[in-house]
Design a protein around this ligand. Structure first.
Ligand SMILES: Nc1ncnc2c1ncn2[C@@H]1O[C@H](COP(=O)(O)OP(=O)(O)OP(=O)(O)O)[C@@H](O)[C@H]1O
Ligand SMILES: [Mg+2]
Length: 488
């Protein structure tokens, strides 16, 4: 997970050419210097305004011209890391590309050419030589350093800073998922707002981060105050499966040999609690819930959709441990066919690769309504830990769900004839049962009456459940699930 480590490994592995995508150039340079330092390699940097210079030295004569700079590097025989900044405009020039290729082909031991920029399209000529790497969002350690450094500056300017070590940790947590620049800006903004750094700034940091994450609309930090898994009626298999995973996910008492849980796919009859599970799960586990909306990934620029997905996924990783929720996954990642020029195919590929390779503690809850649209790759064993089918509630479950929703609105379930209600609500989903309770309450309000079993019965009779109005669809869903999914 550590950027410096990763890069040091790449430098030591003798890749001739690294293409690094990074928004934060200064941070990248710091990391390159730290990594190079571990291997005792000198760092040279080139920019279009200054030319090529070895760290601590003046720029070489006339090397503002990238051709001259590349020739110069080509003639050096000693080891070194040669960083060319903001190269994307140059990568349209065939002569520059050719020179890069020749330099990369001719590198000696300990030499690595590094091309950086906020966004790099790799020209096909150098594709096979180039290794692509991108800076991961800062982890805990980097953010911790940043917060400490920022607070030290405030203290030095005799700014009141009244946070203890534990609160500093909370600040770091609140900032996870942001870039260093964004994090720094937020801390400073909160400090200036009331002229001090205090615990009161922590919730403000969280809110500000939620807004930043949501600025491109792909990720949303869901502040779900929906209760715990216990407020879900039924779904006992799924609930106990999740409770068992909790121990591995958030505490360290995992048994040796037990892999951390990765995630579940929930499909099933609409309105039976799929989204509810995602929301209550994060709350029960005390983890942030990040919603990824795949339909927002689409961009008309080739390659950009995948880039956005990669960036979004690494943001989530930086917030780990976290729950990643992808609602209606079939809508964005899996729509089949090439109608969109293959974008959804490539997005799916990017996503599957991430599912396979990720190391962070991100537990994923994906939900799908239209299972027939899901590509088989996504359903293959090993992608999700389990695929659950959330079916219509049975008799006991309906009693539980009615009780939960009555109690939630201040009515004691013991005052109702649950047996009658359950018998009359065969085929109703959790969402429909909730609507019945709400509807009956309104009816009672209109009639200036109390809520009774009778008013609930009336409301039930007036509702046609989906399982009746769309019987074939529900049957088809169940048939699909048989043998493919575990009934939740
Ligand atoms: N098992 C349940 N226990 C308690 N409440 C439930 C249950 N199932 C559904 N509900 C109620 O119905 C609402 C809607 O359910 P939810 O959004 O989770 O359904 P869904 O399976 O995601 O449906 P969709 O396929 O339409 O997205 C929930 O917010 C909750 O109030
Ligand atoms: Mg839903």
């Amino acid at each position: 997970m550590d950027n410096t480590n990763d890069l040091a490994v790449l430098l030591a592995s003798q890749y001739p050419l690294l293409l690094v995508e990074a928004q934060e150039e200064q941070r990248l340079l710091d990391i390159i210097r730290q990594a190079a330092d571990r291997l005792s390699l000198p760092v040279w940097t080139w920019s279009a305004t200054r030319g090529l210079a070895r760290d601590g030295h003046h720029a070489q004569y006339q090397t503002v011209d990238p051709h001259v700079a590349l020739d110069f590097v080509g003639q050096l025989s000693g080891p070194g890391v040669f960083v060319f900044a903001d190269v994307h405009p140059l990568l349209t020039d065939p002569l520059v590309i050719r020179r890069i290729k020749e330099v990369a082909q001719g590198v000696r031991r300990g030499q690595t050419l590094v091309l950086t920029g906020p966004r790099n399209e790799v020209p096909p000529e150098i594709e096979s030589l180039a290794h692509q790497w991108s800076l991961k969002p800062p982890g805990r350690r980097e953010l911790h350093q940043l917060v400490k450094r920022t607070l030290d500056v405030f203290v030095a300017r005799s700014f009141p800073v009244v946070v203890n070590a534990e609160e500093i940790e909370q600040m770091v947590d609140a900032l996870r998922g942001l870039t260093i620049t964004e994090a720094e800006r937020l801390v400073q903004r909160e400090a200036l707002r009331d002229g001090r750094i205090s615990p009161a700034d922590i919730p403000a940091l969280r809110t500000a981060k939620a807004e930043l994450l949501n600025s491109d609309g792909i990720l949303e930090l869901v502040e779900a105050d929906v209760g715990t898994l216990d407020t879900i009626g039924g779904l006992n298999g799924l609930k106990s499966w999740l409770r068992l995973r909790r121990r591995v996910m958030i505490s360290d008492d995992a048994l040796p040999g037990l892999d951390p849980p990765r995630g579940v796919l929930l499909t099933g009859v609409p309105g039976c609690g799929k989204s509810l599970v995602a929301k209550t799960l994060a709350h029960s586990w005390g983890l942030p819930l990040v919603l990824l909306d795949p339909s927002r990934l689409y961009s008309k620029y080739i390659g950009e959709s995948e880039q956005r997905l990669t960036a979004a996924l690494s943001t989530v990783e930086a917030m780990a441990p976290a729950v990643l929720w992808i609602d209606e996954i079939e809508k964005g990642l899996a729509s089949s066919g090439d109608a969109d020029g293959g974008v959804s195919r490539r997005l799916l590929g990017t996503f599957l690769r991430w599912m396979q390779e990720r190391e962070g503690d991100v537990f994923m809850v994906a939900t799908a309504n239209d299972v027939s649209a899901l590509p088989p790759e996504l359903l293959r064993r090993g992608r999700f830990d389990e695929i659950f089918f959330v079916d219509l509630p049975g008799t006991d479950e309906r009693a539980e769900i009615l009780s939960i929703h009555l109690a939630k609105r201040g009515w004691d379930p013991a005052g109702f004839d649950l047996g009658r209600l359950v018998a009359a609500s065969e085929g109703y989903s959790g969402a429909e049962l909730e609507t019945v309770v709400v509807g009956a309450l309104y009816r009672a309000l209109a009639d200036e009456d109390k809520l009774t079993t009778g008013s609930l019965m009336k409301e039930l009779a007036a509702t046609v459940p989906l399982s009746v109005s769309r019987r074939e669809d529900v049957v088809a869903l169940r048939t699909w699930a048989d043998g493919r999914a575990v009934f939740a």
